[in-house]
Design a protein around this ligand. Structure first.
Ligand code: G3H
Length: 478
């Protein structure tokens, strides 16, 4: 109806002075679904200035009060799960049930974060000087955790709500203020989520949300001298951000090529279920999706057959119908996926299903006999296309995993736990799952990528710690 959703500044919803908007295209209908404000650099300046002021008072607000407000926001978020989930369905074509799950999980994350914050920030350290050679007991050191200041949060399209609150809640409980730049696809869901924080009654200016074109305000935000920490989840842009950002703590999660190593002794039915869930849920648009299967040749035929049987049962269609496979986020994304598929075809991969595409909807596809000269052996499709590479030794599997530029997660399927541990030790990834597909959650577990997959570690506890710095006060005795 032509309405342009407002951005959030100083506790109020506002129109940008640019008079311009950014359209959000529904991946399913491929028509403009919503519009958001195209904020200007001047508006970003004001938001950050405001965030700086609000943070000073917030840092002095008792920890229990900060926690109380977060609990309130979590409850409101859960109450609003239906309308927020509807935005996720329309903006990013997330299957209806998964969209609701994302919001509920986000509420749980915020509550847990409030509790964890009270626990870990409510404690400090006390040291005495006489343990270090040459010192008498004349110095007492009081160590506590203090906030960083203004935290900039940039979540990705695939979890616009959950990966926003996973940055917002730790920042706030630790006494920081927060500036959110949501992804364009998912911006309206994010604005609605911010509204829940607004309703909870956080002080003005403590949280703000600016929308707009990355080309206009992206670098301006990430290079802004008023920003004291950047938490980013997304693609290659993160590498560019890390090169341009100033001397501020960075938390980056930039995708993966998660390998699934399958040994001969694995329970193949169980493996097949995990591969289908891991590879095809949300149409493969998860950084933790299974992105390459490395299976021992002797069991490969049997495994591929079982996976194919399960792929055949996946429903394909609109997210409103809660289909398993829904349109991928954009036309450029579908074109990229298609490029990988065509490259694999040209180089002789075995197509277990016929390649089929209608607009942004791509039918699930398993590619067998993929070889290292194919792009899909290394690149991240972020779509419902999964390569299988047959291996003749465990070493070959580990070698393929470690030759990747990515190092997010990986998984191993075997009944031999000793072997699994040895393989896990050899895999250069931030997490290895033994007998399960990769996943970020439960959300208090540490979550980190090696190499091009990221900087720092996330998960509730690690994020709270990362968004603080250490302050020492030393009492010198006469
Ligand atoms: O896309 C990246 C997310 O951090 C993955 O989260 O494992 O819960 O889907 P997930």
């Amino acid at each position: 109806d032509g309405e342009v959703f407002k951005y959030y500044f100083d506790g109020e919803w506002r129109k940008s002075s640019s008079g311009k908007s950014v359209g959000i295209v529904n991946p399913t209908s491929r028509k403009t679904q919503y519009k958001v404000q195209a904020c200007t650099q001047e508006e970003v300046n004001k938001v950050i200035e405001n965030a700086k002021t609000a943070q000073k008072a917030w840092a002095k607000t008792p920890l229990w009060k900060r926690a109380e407000l977060l609990h309130k926001a979590a409850a409101i978020l859960k109450e609003h799960k239906a309308p927020i989930a509807e935005c996720l369905v329309k903006e990013i074509a997330k299957p209806a049930k998964d969209a609701v799950t994302e919001v509920v999980r986000s509420g749980d994350l915020v509550s847990y974060c409030a509790e964890e914050g009270v626990r870990i920030l409510g404690e400090g350290k006390f040291l005495t000087s006489d343990s270090f050679p040459g010192n008498e007991r004349t110095k007492y050191c009081l160590v506590s955790k203090i906030p960083l200041g203004v935290v900039l949060a940039i979540p990705p399209f695939n979890y616009p709500v959950n990966l926003a609150v996973s940055k917002i809640a730790p920042a706030l409980i630790a006494g920081n203020s927060l500036v959110l730049k949501p992804p364009t696809q998912g911006a309206v869901a994010a604005l609605h989520m911010v509204h829940c924080f607004h309703l909870a009654g956080f002080p003005k200016g403590l949280i703000s949300c600016v929308t707009g074109k990355g080309s206009e305000i992206g670098d301006f935000l990430t290079m802004h001298p008023g920003v004291n920490c950047i938490s980013f989840t997304g693609g290659d842009t993160g590498i560019a951000i890390s090169k341009k950002a100033g001397m501020v703590p960075l938390q980056m999660e930039l995708g993966g090529k998660d390998a699934c190593i399958v040994l001969e002794d694995a329970d193949l039915d169980f493996v097949a279920s995990n591969i289908v869930k891991g590879g095809f849920s949300y149409s493969g648009q998860r950084c933790t999706a299974v992105k390459v299967v490395l299976v021992m040749d002797s069991v490969a035929d049997a495994l591929v057959e079982k996976v194919n049987a399960k792929v055949a049962k996946l429903t394909v269609g609109p997210p409103e119908d809660d289909c398993d496979i829904t349109p991928v986020v954009s036309e450029s994304s579908s074109n990229f996926i298609e490029g990988l598929v065509l490259d694999a075809k040209e180089k002789g991969a075995t197509f277990c299903q016929e390649y089929k595409r209608d607009g942004n909807l791509i039918w699930p596809l398993l590619l067998d006999n993929v070889r290292p000269d194919m792009r899909i052996a290394w690149e991240e499709p972020f779509g419902p296309v999964l390569p299988v590479i047959r291996i003749n030794s465990v070493e070959e599997g580990i070698h393929h995993c470690n030759a990747s530029n990515f190092g997010l997660q990986g998984c191993i399927f075997t009944r031999d736990i000793n072997k699994a541990i040895l393989i896990s030790d050899a895999m250069e990834t931030g997490t290895v799952q033994i007998n399960s597909a990769p996943a970020r959650g439960p959300d208090h577990f540490p979550f980190q990528g090696l190499k091009d997959s990221g900087i720092g570690s996330q998960g509730i506890t690690n994020s709270i710690n990362m968004m603080t710095k250490i302050k020492s006060t030393v009492i010198n005795l006469p």
